[in-house]
Design a protein around this ligand. Structure first.
Ligand code: G4P
Length: 529
């Protein structure tokens, strides 16, 4: 098949949600459609179970599972679908942010009863920053929840989206009768009896027809007609281009657990969702149909077994046909590497692959050469943009508890940071190291892994930091900047890339600094140029 056709049939996306909204359940149902798994319950949950939040052995176990579910690929109606898994646990949000740099679109799952939750807000904010096309799936319609219009309002208000419902629920909870599929003009009735059975829906392009009463009863028919009228009045008509540009977000309703409304979602998704997109690098825009291979590392997975230090670097192919045993340039190291066993992922199986196309994810066994954000090419000097660091939420000094093991400690910290487990800041004033994390859980993970994988021991010490702000002076030579650096010296550090960071101890201090030094811009993410 020519490259352009291979590209056109690929859909690489992520499912994001607040924990428990139904991401795992939906993923599993999508895989069922693709025939990638035969029964429900086959996908192991990648989430950290409730109550196990401080059990790092559990984290280790989960890490093992999550390698298998990192990428779930399947074929559906001639399309090659790659689902990139994102950890639901908030302490691993940074991982999710990074995975979002490798997707071409996302599906956001929202619980009908809980509405928009905190984690969803954060994740959607990142998607919006990158203009990633979003489809919203409102889940658990078999339960009592919020009124559909109220919920759509909430999605617009809290997530800053402009929605257009492409399906609409008929009743909810006890009264849930099904959905009207606006996209395909079909009526899909819910029985709730057979979770494996997939209702095909009844063609129904005129909801004014008296047939509607026969199908769903007088009261529901009346309500549906009124609601459909409102939908037409309030919401814009669907326009694919606006969706692709991140300016309009289609919404589907359903119940993942009951496999209801999922087929509608998937059928529409494969039609409207984007094929692999061009990606900006520091040097130029790289188009997927270019014949030279390019790709970037967005995730690194360490082996759980300390005897096998191999890691797996996940590379998203941006252009060309990635081929086994062909030497590619690792741009940062300026060194060629060839890969004899690149892995591909099919459902839950990992296999060695000969060729991969744009949109695909390959897992490259690595002994420590890769870090997140690295670019591979056939020789061109390119650096893909967009693996930003966000300000961590927690900060602690890290100390070496065993002076005999300082080398191991340095290596361990270095590699764990390359994997993206946490962020390292080095104080300008005294060279002390600070670890910044999104969740407190990471400190245990780091301590545990340093000890078990590198034979090093660390202790932590509290430090009062509110937020890390990346410093961006309008003019590094002006007096204002020089004064800022002098006055704030005690709070300045370098991140791993050498960028200057202001570790502010309060929101007030950020505000004051912005007032006093307006030409010294402060950013909450490392990507601002
Ligand atoms: P997550 O990955 O987003 O964290 O959510 P997950 O799919 O694990 O779903 C969270 C809980 O919600 C699960 O129940 C799941 O069965 C339930 N759920 C998912 N979709 C629906 C739905 O459409 N309707 C209803 N009523 N429930 C749904 P659990 O009790 O936490 O886990 P389990 O014991 O069922 O695995």
């Amino acid at each position: 098949m020519p490259l352009t056709k291979e590209i056109a049939r690929r859909r690489t996306f992520g499912i994001v949600s607040h924990p428990d909204a139904g991401k795992t359940t939906l993923t599993e149902k999508l895989l069922l459609f693709g025939g990638a798994i035969q029964e429900a319950g086959a996908v192991k949950s990648n989430k950290i179970k409730k109550g196990a939040t401080s059990d790092f052995m559990e984290i280790e176990r989960q890490r093992g599972i999550s390698v298998a579910t990192s990428v779930l690929a399947f074929e559906y109606h001639g399309k090659k679908i790659n689902i990139l898994d994102t950890p639901g646990h908030k302490d691993f949000a940074e991982d999710t942010f990074r995975t979002l740099t490798a997707v071409d679109s996302v599906i956001v799952v929202i619980d009908v009863a809980k509405g928009v939750e905190e984690q969803t807000e954060k994740l959607v904010q990142v998607c919006r920053m990158r203009q990633i096309p979003i489809i919203v799936f409102i889940n658990k319609l078999d339960r009592e929840g919020k009124d559909a219009f109220d919920l759509l309002d909430e999605v617009e208000q809290k997530l800053g989206l402009r929605v257009v419902p492409l399906s609409f629920p008929i009743g909810m909870g006890y009264e849930f009768k099904g959905i009207y599929n606006i996209w395909e003009q079909k009526l899909n009735l819910y029985s709730g009896e057979n979770k494996q059975k997939i209702s095909k829906g009844i063609e129904f392009n005129d909801i004014q027809s008296p047939e509607l009463e026969k199908k769903i009863g007088e009261k529901s028919a009346q309500t549906l007609r009124e609601e459909m009228e409102l939908v037409t009045e309030i919401y814009p008509t669907f326009d694919r281009q606006s969706y692709l540009e991140g300016r309009l977000q289609p919404v589907f309703f359903g119940s993942a657990l009951n496999n209801f409304g999922v087929k509608e979602l998937l059928d529409c998704f494969i039609e409207i969702a984007p094929a692999p997109l061009a990606k900006m690098s520091d040097e130029r825009l790289v188009k997927p149909e270019e014949d030279k291979v390019t790709g970037f590392v967005f995730k690194i997975h360490a082996n759980m077994d300390p005897n096998h230090r191999n890691r797996l670097a996940f590379v998203k192919i941006v252009s060309g046909v990635f081929t086994r045993n062909v030497p590619y340039l690792h741009v940062r190291l300026d060194k060629r590497f060839k890969f004899s066993s690149p892995n591909t992922f099919f459902a839950e199986k990992k296999e060695i692959i000969e060729k991969s196309y744009p949109g695909d994810i390959v897992g490259l066994p690595d002994t420590g050469n890769f870090k997140i954000g690295d670019t591979l090419t056939e020789g061109e000097i390119l650096n893909f943009k967009g693996i930003p660091s966000f300000s961590p939420e927690h900060f602690r000094y890290i100390n070496n508890a065993d002076p005999m093991k300082s080398k191991q400690m340095a290596k361990g910290v270095d590699q764990l940071m390359d994997e993206g487990v946490a962020q390292l800041f080095t104080m300008e004033s005294n060279g002390r190291k600070i670890i910044g994390t999104v969740g407190a859980l990471q400190y245990e993970v780091i301590q545990y892994r340093l000890e078990h994988e590198y034979g090093a021991k660390c202790t932590y010490e509290n430090i009062n930091v509110h937020k890390a702000c990346w410093v961006d002076p309008e003019n590094p030579n002006n007096e204002e900047y020089k004064e800022f650096v002098r006055i704030k010296q005690r709070y300045l550090a370098r991140d791993k890339q050498g960028q200057l960071v202001f570790l502010a101890d309060s929101a007030f201090s950020i505000q004051m600094s912005q007032q006093k030094y307006p030409t010294v811009r402060l950013h909450f993410t490392s990507e601002f140029k």
